[in-house]
Write a protein that binds this ligand. Structure first.
Ligand code: SF4
Length: 388
């Protein structure tokens, strides 16, 4: 049996309900009628009693749409989780993901009263036509109202999520929307390129020719313009798709990119404790059954080799602007090169540097201006040779 998480381990809670299922989304989420929202909160709390770390350093409620729950359910979730983990004393960051249609003044106040100090609001787009294409149920006005409600309630840190690269959107419309969002003065911005994830309706529509992906040159321009505009507003691109004003980086996600340990609760949630990673089923029913007995039923469980862990540490770490120090990566992964053999990840980094995709700055390797938009492709070089 894998070790229990140490006190302080970051905690993620997956709340799977949404007002509607967006056709581009491949997170595990459920929409419809007769949703047992209260039952899922109770099951999460039972799982927390058994698996949540005491005194987590960070807590992140994601989904799904955590703000979909009623005020009573949110009150119960947050106060019971506090009883179980005492997170309010320990956590340096407690993030709650919200969608504009379900964040109002009452919920924003409730979140603050129960220890949430950061909300992340899914604006996604400021164009009605794009919101409709994305299957979103909120309007542009609702996004601004939700943001205002969070500010008025005194949420200390507010993050906004946007997606660029919608088919036919164009660069000018995107930049106008981005400027409007940044004029609000959010502490943090996530700007993701639209992806066509296998198994989603968007991927199917792409295959059927009902949707067309933006040309690579347009995606590159969107990427570069986003960075330039964010920088002009004092928001540093501390990760490939994430921007923050000074000190406002998402500490919970920084732990993922540093390949740190974490515990996940809820259906589809993944935990990494020690060198073992294990995940819950992507189904509410199967997850609830998995919690019966000792709760040690997992959809998957794997213990990675030191070499694979090293590859992952590079793969994740290169997404950060600070890049990767080979010595730190070896230590984090628990990797020791065999006598006379080089570190395979450092060798790969050297090759990518010769190709102009990485650069060495002091002890660290980081993506070059040319490598940045190709971060996903660069990363695969570290995963393949590192598998045992
Ligand atoms: S609201 Fe978010 S989690 Fe829910 S379906 Fe849409 S993108 Fe996915």
């Amino acid at each position: 049996m894998p070790p229990r998480a140490e006190p302080g381990t970051p905690l993620y809670v997956h709340l799977p309900f949404c007002a509607a299922k967006c056709p581009y989304c491949d997170f595990y989420s459920v929409a419809g009628d007769d949703l047992d929202t209260g039952g899922v909160i109770e099951a999460v709390l039972r799982e927390a009693e058994r698996f949540a770390p005491r005194a987590p350093r960070t807590v992140f409620f994601g989904g799904g749409t955590p703000s979909f729950h009623s005020p009573d359910e949110l009150r119960r979730l947050l106060s019971e989780l506090e009883r179980i983990t005492a997170f309010r004393e320990s956590a340096e960051e407690v993030t709650f993901e919200c969608n504009p249609e379900s964040l109002d003044a009452e919920k924003a106040r409730l979140l603050v009263e129960h220890g949430v100090d950061r909300v992340s609001i899914g604006f996604q787009s400021l164009e009605p036509a794009v919101l409709e294409l994305f299957g979103r149920v909120h309007t542009v006005d609702q996004s601004f109202r939700a943001y205002g409600a969070a500010r008025e309630a005194g949420v200390p840190r507010i993050a906004v999520d946007l997606i660029y690269g919608a088919p036919g959107q164009g660069v000018d419309a995107w930049t106008r929307g981005l400027e409007r969002v940044l004029a609000l003065g959010p502490d943090h911005l996530s700007a993701y390129n639209l992806t066509f994830e296998p198994g989603t309706p968007f991927a199917q529509w792409l295959a059927e020719g009902k949707l067309a992906q933006e040309p690579e040159a347009v995606e590159l321009e969107l990427f570069e313009r986003t960075r330039a505009i964010a920088a002009s507003r004092g928001m540093e691109a501390y990760e490939v798709s994430n921007f923050a004003s000074k000190g406002e980086e998402c500490r919970h996600n920084l732990n993922y990119w540093r390949n740190g340990p974490y515990v996940g609760l809820g259906p589809s949630a993944v935990s990494k404790v020690g060198h073992t990673r294990r995940g819950r089923p992507r189904s509410i029913g199967a997850w609830r059954r998995a919690l019966e007995g000792d709760g040690e039923e997992w959809a998957f469980e794997e213990t990675l080799s030191p070499k694979a862990r090293l590859g992952e540490t590079w793969w994740l770490g290169l997404r950060l602007a600070r890049g990767v120090d080979p010595e730190e990566a070896r230590r984090a992964a628990g990797f020791v090169a065999a006598e006379g053999k080089p570190d395979p990840a450092e060798e790969t980094a050297g090759r990518l540097a010769a190709d102009g995709l990485l650069e060495r700055v002091g002890e660290r390797f980081r993506l070059t201006v040319r490598g940045l938009p190709l971060a996903d492709r660069v990363a695969t070089h570290f995963l393949e040779p590192s598998r045992e």
